[in-house]
Design a protein around this ligand. Structure first.
Ligand code: NDP
Length: 240
């Protein structure tokens, strides 16, 4: 039986490309999404991958959702914590709710998914947890104290959990994408985006598939000696 991979935020953008790549690699793939039913339906129709509606920021919902996926599909071997949101604004304009939503979904979601699946991976002595961070968690970004803190937290979470999984055949890694051409970046005003692209050494936005290939490597047997690492896929932007 092929190993089972769950990709949060799998129905759109980077997550969708990750789902397709892992399916091409021979894994059985399941996507999790928040509530955009239209996108979820077209994703399942086009990719032949089931999608479960689970709020990754809701601890109980994640435990119940993963239990249901395991009953329906089988034990979860690979988790890709990709679901993420932005609620940008400078500190003085940011509400507590905007802070809390981003922390709860982007960082809390990683904890919730790991809590639901780590024990099973330990029992089976094999697992992969791949967390999608961000260059803005590494470098910070004006107007994103919530997002930068959550993504920076993901990098610490990754290194800590990697140590807990290392003797049990579980690798835990992060990928820090730079600016990728998805709905999230489409929301950035054009004049701001032009300035961002000017700072990317390769001179263009990344494609979701370029993140997905990194996930495929970390999920593979070939990635078995890589743990607690962050792979920067950002067109060289981390050098500036
Ligand atoms: P998109 O906004 O295109 O897609 C987000 C996905 O996450 C959707 O499937 C959405 O579901 C899902 N999602 C959102 N909130 C929740 C939730 N509470 N529970 C479950 N699923 C949820 O995002 P991207 O593809 O652009 O980004 C993917 C990841 O990559 C994010 O973590 C992002 O922070 C990170 N990243 C993106 C960069 C970029 O340039 N795009 C750069 C660096 C990092 P639904 O469709 O139902 O709303």
């Amino acid at each position: 039986m092929s190993k089972i991979a769950v990709v949060t935020g799998g129905t759109r953008g980077i997550g969708r490309a990750i789902c397709k790549s892992l399916k091409d690699d021979g894994f059985t793939v399941v996507a999790i999404y928040a509530g955009n039913e239209e996108k979820a339906r077209s994703f399942t129709d086009e990719c032949g991958i089931p999608a479960y509606k689970v709020d990754v920021g809701d601890h109980e919902a994640v435990l119940a959702g993963c239990k249901k996926i395991e009953e329906d599909v089988g034990p979860i071997d690979i988790v890709v914590n990709n679901a993420g949101i932005t609620r940008d604004g400078t500190l003085l304009k940011m509400s507590y709710e905007e802070w809390d939503d981003v922390m709860r979904i982007n960082l809390g979601g990683c904890f919730n998914m790991a809590k639901a699946t780590f024990a099973g991976m330990k029992d089976r002595k094999w697992g992969r947890i791949i967390n999608i961070g961000s260059i803005n968690g590494q470098a910070g970004q004006y107007g994103q104290v919530n997002y930068a803190a959550a993504k920076s937290g993901i990098h610490g979470f990754t290194k800590a959990l990697a140590q807990e999984g290392a003797r049990s055949g579980i690798t835990v890694n992060a990928i820090a994408p730079g600016y990728i051409d998805t709905d999230m970046v489409a929301a950035v005003p054009e004049n701001v985006l032009e300035k961002i692209v000017a700072r990317i050494p390769v001179g263009r936005l990344g494609q979701a598939e370029e993140i997905a290939r990194g996930v495929s490597f970390l999920a593979s047997e070939d990635g078995g000696f890589v743990t607690g690492s962050t792979l920067s896929i950002n067109g060289g932007q981390h050098m500036y």
